[in-house]
Design a protein around this ligand. Sequence first.
Ligand code: SIN
Length: 553
Amino acid sequence: MKVIESDILVIGSGIGGLFFSSKAAATGTINIITKAAIDESNTKLAQGGIACVNNDHDNFESHINDTLLAGAGYCNKEAVELMVTQAPGLIQELIEIGVKFSTEKNELNLGKEGGHSHHRIVHSTDITGSVIEQALIKNVALSDTIQTYEYFIAVKLVVEDSCCCGAIALDLKNDEYVFFKSRATVLASGGGGQAYLHTTNPLVACGDGYAIASEAGVAIADMEFVQFHPTIFHHENANGFLISEALRGAGAELVLPNGQPFMQNYHTMGSLAPRDIVSRAIYAEMKKLNLSHLFLDARSVSPTTIKEHFPNINETCLASGIDMQYHLIPVSPAAHFICGGAATDLDGCTSLRQLYAIGEVACTGVHGANRLASNSLLEGLVFAHQVSEHLKKYILNYKYSVLLPEFQMIQKRKSPFDELTIRSLRRSIQTIMWEKAGIVRTEVGMMEGKQKLHPIGIQIQQLLADIKMDRELIELKSIFITAELILNAAIKRKTNLGTHYVEPFNTIPFTDYSPLAKSELSKVKEMTANTSMPKYFYASSAFQKTYNTRHVS
Ligand code: SIN
């Protein structure tokens, strides 16, 4: 097998992987592998922006409290404090790298989103993620210590003497396996929304990182907390297109088909309540009225605001015949973000030595049971910074692999029949997850989901044993493992918390979080105090402190 060596291997090219690489470029040589074109990621699709305290009307305490409250009291407070206080400095770094954020009178223009008590979303109109991604790609390309490998998909982490020594990847263009050998490996492969039938995530978001990490025995936590975004454009051509919460921040309201607002019946913050509450409220109203969607009324938002801040959403709606100045926008919820992932400490270290995780693939504890809007790009930046600082100190202590890993290569190519099977299994998993592990879950439904996944797992094993791996087959395996991790964690959790909502567990789903959060938090602590760590669990004391109250699989 071909071997390509660097000090650091980065898997993934969203905000976490690219920002980390720019920051660590002086620490050592870096290889970035990414399974499609470099800009194919969830980052590119992010609309809203980055939450950051940026003026005298706002303060860190408020951003911290909003995050803890949205997270249903389940966040790691220390991690949240770290994230919130680092935000202004990291936004400044992005500006220095060349990111152009929207401004007004020479100040950053700050948007508002669900669960935030202040305007604090730094953005580039409604295409923030894409603007950041492009600037980071340019920056990384300038560095002579960073090499990027597009269309290389990681299939396995290489573990030697309980240390991660890189990964085996499939070179999708040349159809050969390559061992990317490294001292440190940084998992920055994004989320796994493709495990669900309806999702805002792009086709690449298959949970590849969760899959290879869990196969390597890395501790994975909090996978039951899947966030559903309330407002996806409900249109046959829309393909999971998001109508940013920022539009609600600018005055748009969720309404019933008769134009009646309804969110005040569910939460004092109305249409700008935390996301899990809004999604469940929409779900409840849709069910009551037997509808496939509700509406967003943006007719009160001024044409200038729409033109200046929401040009992309406006164009997409217009292309489907919806002029938001005059028409209601049809919307429904879809899977958006997985709060759980490879458990890390505050330095981004996972349970496996020499392996770090950044961004959605990680579970740093900042999101708790429900992520606050626009904290995801921020988490990516903050932990990219943490990992680069940690590596500066420790990279030379890390060792290279001394062995050439063995990897069985199967020569038989898939037939058209296999292709159909793979596609249909992918669809079956997505349907099971949507129906059995969705916005509102039941205990019976989750058990049924698990039972239905079982034979699919056996079929996937068979395919893996019989035919040559390719992107579709690897993604199918990733989606399956992600689905299993979510369902297993969801079945284990016997209380409603944040995005994990099981009927008829008796919690108050639609009221303010504050009293709920307090009582839930103490229940969770009691229930999980004795969760034992897997035997391979290697961790710093900060890591142990973070995870000794969580469900780890
Ligand atoms: C949005 O713009 O509504 C999404 C932002 C986020 O997911 O944080």
